[in-house]
Design a protein around this ligand. Sequence first.
Ligand SMILES: C[S@@+](CC[C@H](N)C(=O)[O-])C[C@H]1O[C@@H](n2cnc3c(N)ncnc32)[C@H](O)[C@@H]1O
Length: 206
Amino acid sequence: MTQTQRFDQEAATWDENPRRVRLAKEVAETIARRLPLARNLKVLDFGCGTGLLTLNLQPLVGTITGADTSEGMLNVLRQKVRGQSLTNVDAFQLKPDNDYAIEGTYDLIVSSMTLHHVQDLAPLFRRFRDHLRDHGWVALADLDTEDGTFHQDNHDVFHLGFERSAFKAQLQDAGFTSLTEETAFENRRNGRDYPVFLITGRKQAH
Ligand SMILES: C[S@@+](CC[C@H](N)C(=O)[O-])C[C@H]1O[C@@H](n2cnc3c(N)ncnc32)[C@H](O)[C@@H]1O
């Protein structure tokens, strides 16, 4: 089974895990404290899943677009958007075979718990830069380096979390400045800690 098929299968029950719901809420709250969110901002949530982060940010921004490789995840998000009659949320599928082409230009690109599933971050960070307006932001949440016990099966996990300094260096290489880092979620499970960081950065003007 491919990674995308696995996420397709998990989509229907994804939101039943209260830890995931809490994590997304706390990441959204940390983004809102860290960045000047406003009702005129155009936002992309990369690897949006069922939209847990997307829908927490939706009332605080102008429009928010979810992008994900899993059509199953996107369908759950679309059902929620219809159910809540939201008019400022849309979604599109990312295709691994076209190098995760992103559509549109944004003021802010967010992502939570997705980047450890992406093999090579350098081209993706350059893509984020190319799809941001000048001085636009990224706000990226993921695991600090972990010992391989976070997932039950690591075969489609490309990074066992990240060293914050190396992650920030890759953003800097892609043209982001004003980098900040903080812990967005204290994640304790089975007697172990899996903290989640939020790193923000700003696109340098040309
Ligand atoms: C752990 S889930 C996180 C979902 C959501 N951000 C959340 O916090 O609930 C990872 C998501 O990333 C998506 N994904 C995995 N690899 C991806 C890639 N290379 N590009 C975009 N999305 C990807 C998966 O389909 C899945 O929905």
